[in-house]
Write a protein that binds this ligand. Sequence first.
Ligand code: SAH
Length: 344
Amino acid sequence: MEKKDIRSYTFEELKTEMEQIGEKAFRSTQIYSWLHEKLADSFDEMTNLSKTLREKLNTEYEIRMVTMVERQVSEKDGTNKFLFELYDGHVIESVLMKYKHGNSVCISSQAGCRMGCRFCASALDGLARNLTPSEMLGQIYQIQKLSGERVSNVVVMGTGEPLDNYDNFVTFIHMLSDEHGLNISQRNITVSTCGIVPNMRRLAEENLQITLALSLHGSNQEKRKRLMPVANKYELSEVLSACDYYFEKTGRRITFEYSLVQGINDQEEDAKELIGILGPRNCHLNLIPVNPIKERDFKKPTRQNAEKFKNKLEKSGINVTIRREMGSDIDGACGQLRRRYRKK
Ligand code: SAH
């Protein structure tokens, strides 16, 4: 029988689980702390538990590891990119970015992705499987251990569509911000979605304080469809009203992401249409000059044109930034390191 993935139980779930095997509640608190605060990777490390209990745990449960197989360090800005292997051999990537205000980790939510965005390297091979809560947490825990740095911000913007792995994702958020774990403030967590409308609305009702980022990438329905197959399923107007609903329910300002692709969505008319969409909304716009992948013929605009685009929006009162490029000297774009590794 497969052992149970003990690091995926929430604090409450672990309590129930331990009660069922006849252990007192305080034992479960101790074990949770070993798993999520002290970041133990084996039951043997849990020295305040009896040997008998440790053995019992060992026969029924396992601490599923994400194991580092490669690490790249940017000489330009200290960005670290990690390739991790999961217990069943799939690989995922995660990134550590160091900013003045703290350390931010970008994690994957799925091995692969089935959303098929045209410019995205993660989409090229489709979805392998969803990640469990322990595998999402494990990326952050391992990075903290390997780098010796405290992580203060988490963005779910790596490979995968988090809202396509909804239940595991929501459990992960609860555990990451649990006071018995790393206790990362929900206000320091951002989740990015390509716009799965029903789950955006569900998320709005979870009573969370995380920031929702929407991948917009096109200023009207037709343009969005050209870059993002998911737009065939959900009209832009529905996506935007789901964003409004999220803001209404949580009071959290939406971040819009817009990858600038030369000649495709970086023209004057695009800026105009964007102003029409964003002007009336309390939001932030993040422009990301597209990171070209060799499988597709998309180019990023020149720095000058990107600035021009940005200024146009700014003049109309839009709160806008061009995303600073981090780690451009290492396998930059999302999913490229994973893809290169899988080919080998
Ligand atoms: N599935 C989620 C999170 C994935 S990636 C989503 O779609 O939002 C995070 C952001 O990076 C998304 O806005 C995505 O569209 C963008 N992105 C992916 N590949 C890119 C590339 N090659 N260049 C620029 N942005 C890219």
